[in-house]
Design a protein around this ligand. Structure first.
Ligand code: GLU
Length: 618
């Protein structure tokens, strides 16, 4: 078993370890209760023995006290065998032989639901024996092998059977024998009752320690998949059925009080073993052989009660806050794409940009949080336009959330709003949402690569709708934004200085760190400017089109290049040697004034946009 877990780190594990050790030493003081002696072999247990273990659904384990002491699991075997029967025969066949109603009677009561001709539930002896009957094929050796295989799969390691305890139970289990024969008499079980009882006594005699049992419980918490081995021991619906019966019937005739106080599905056994499950999170196991009058471990009950109270684990306490599902909201008027645009286009986008709205989601998506998200999306859709729903920061998406979100494309299309979904990644794969979106009618939903791309496409569409297409190529230098307002003679001088350069798609024009030797004006194509993060990854921060310039900081400062510039497709540029351009500007004050004014205007526009963005994204 893993001693540390890289995902949570040893720090997290040790914290829990310390907690369990503290709890263990505090509860050792509890000396009430008696060790069970009705099975003579159980009477030999050390009354002071006390262990606790906790297994997270990612396989991280914390244990304290005598958690490595192997004891027989006794009645704790019952829910696991019940699951095996459900898995093998299906719900209907199992329900025909054993119900799911709590009895409120002793675990070994000779009490049967005669109206339905079956034991009340699989957690009392009668029900467990009926389950063993369903799993027995009449051959004790094969029954044993299969049963041992089940518990080994659950624990993630081979478990043995304590044959001495088995012998002791077989010899003294007259009451269980009476129950079996009674059920045979009324047709509740078929086959050889002795073989059935052998299987039942053997499952009670499986040896496990608290760590094993915590892993077994964590398997139930984990939708039936063993967190250590990944093996799917039960299907998720069967794991859920097991937990339901544990919640209502798992703690003998204390089950009602238990679910009221502690609020967790659990099962105890007369050896002093007890396991509890926090679905989706972890499995807990406690062993302490002193039992109360009902047959539950005194320290075991107290340990679970304390853990549930200390961490607020009661299943019916509200654990989730759906209110936090919307991370932030903004429009494309506040957060523009990184594309550099002529001033007229910028003004147009500022006026019309609000027609695209972004909702960034965060945290797990389940019924209540997804409902809030779709409600908000629906409200924004009333304004028409485009809605980007971003899942980049969203956690898991459960079935309910996928069902609600899957209805959005049609609902929004009906209101004249175009839905764009971004940020759905591999971790959302299992929800099936991506598949549902693919199946949506054409035009109801698009899947741009990210929010930036969605905004950029929206801007392009707005501009295309509002004005005739721009020239894809800069015909003359007078059209360059950097030289706007320059006199014809100055433009002629610039033309003479310019060097025409062509770049292949993807070619790097400027590399970060280079000495800044030239200022570029793009004549055709697109150039992407990327900043480099401290971890070395490049991120596109700007995109330049024909008529716009890049590398112009060379006019202002003598510093190495801060970003990369790469040709997005085939690109053609005018390059102006920086030193020569500076000299030209020094010699022609009117040109210098125009160029620096243009440069300032473009920097001011970028700053304004950056400020808007900071506020919107705060
Ligand atoms: N083997 C025990 C019996 O049937 C199990 C009882 C229990 O743990 O509740 O008596």
């Amino acid at each position: 078993m893993p001693e540390t877990d890289a995902a949570t780190g040893p720090g997290a594990r040790h914290l829990l370890q310390d907690y369990l050790e503290r709890l263990c030493s505090e509860l050792r003081g509890l000396s009430a209760g008696e060790v069970a002696t009705y099975i003579p072999e159980l009477g030999r247990a050390d009354p002071e023995g006390f262990g606790i273990a906790l297994a997270m659904v990612d396989g991280t384990l914390a244990a304290a006290g005598d958690a490595a002491e192997e004891v027989t699991i006794q009645s704790v075997s019952k829910p696991f065998m019940y699951g095996a029967a459900l898995e093998a025969l299906g719900r209907e066949a199992v329900m025909a032989r054993v119900g799911v109603e709590p009895t409120g009677e002793r675990f070994n009561a000779i009490l049967l639901d005669e109206e339905n001709n079956r034991p009340f539930n699989p957690m009392v002896n009668a029900g467990a024996i009926a389950v063993s009957a369903l799993l027995s094929d009449g051959s004790p050796a094969e029954d044993e092998l299969r049963m041992q295989g089940l518990f080994s799969d659950l624990a993630g390691r081979p478990l043995e059977i304590d044959l001495t305890v088995f012998g002791s139970e077989k010899e003294t289990g007259h009451r269980n024998r009476a129950i079996a024969w009674l059920m045979l008499n009324s047709g509740m079980i078929e086959g050889d009752p002795d073989a059935v009882l052998d299987l039942y006594f053997k499952q009670c005699s499986v040896l496990a320690d608290c760590r094993d049992l915590a892993v077994m419980a964590a398997t139930l918490a984990n939708g039936g998949a063993n967190p250590l081995t990944g093996r799917q021991v039960y299907s998720a619906p069967v794991a859920q059925d097991i937990l339901s019966v544990m919640a209502t019937c798992g703690m003998y005739d204390y089950a009602g009080q238990w679910i009221f106080d502690v609020g967790l599905p659990a099962k105890s056994g007369v050896s002093g073993m007890l396991c509890a499950v926090v679905p989706g999170q972890f499995g807990l196991a406690v062993w302490s052989p002193r039992l109360d009058a009902v047959g539950n471990s005194v320290r075991g009950i107290e340990a679970c009660r304390r853990i549930a109270a200390d961490f607020g684990l009661h299943a019916f306490a509200p654990h989730l806050d759906p209110g936090a599902v919307i991370r932030r909201e903004y429009s494309s008027a506040e957060v523009a794409s990184c594309r550099e645009r002529p001033q007229a286009d910028c003004a147009l986008l500022e006026r019309e940009g609000a027609a695209l709205r972004v909702i960034e989601l965060q945290g797990p998506l389940y019924f209540a949080s997804a409902e809030k998200a779709v409600r908000r999306a629906g409200a924004l859709a009333e304004r028409g336009g485009t809605l980007v729903l971003d899942f980049h920061h969203a956690g898991s998406i459960d079935r309910a959330a996928a069902a609600l979100l899957g209805q959005l494309p049609a609902a929004l299309a009906g209101r004249g709003c175009q839905l764009c979904v971004t940020g759905l990644g591999p971790r959302h794969e299992s929800s099936g949402l991506a598949r549902q979106l693919e199946e949506a009618p054409a035009g109801h939903v698009t899947r741009p690569a990210g929010i930036a791309e969605a905004i950029e496409a929206h801007e392009e569409a707005l501009i295309a709708r509002a004005q005739p297409p721009r020239e894809a190529r800069l015909a003359r230098l007078s059209g360059a934004a950097l030289f706007a307002g320059a006199a014809p003679a100055d433009l002629a001088a610039l033309e003479r200085m310019a060097v025409r350069l062509s770049f292949a798609p993807g070619e790097r024009i400027i590399a970060r760190g280079d000495t800044a030797r030239a200022v570029f004006v793009l004549a055709a194509g697109q150039v992407d400017i990327s900043a480099v993060a401290p971890d070395g990854t490049a991120r596109r921060v700007s995109a330049v089109g024909p008529g716009q310039s890049f590398g112009e900081m060379a006019l202002l400062e003598d510093a190495p290049r801060a970003s990369h510039a790469d040709a997005a497709g085939a690109a053609e540029c005018y390059a102006f040697p920086a030193a020569a351009l500076r000299e030209l500007l020094a010699a022609r004050p009117a040109l210098a004034a125009a160029v620096y004014a243009n440069l300032s205007r473009s920097l001011a526009a970028r700053l304004r946009q950056a400020n808007r963005q900071i506020i919107a994204l705060d």
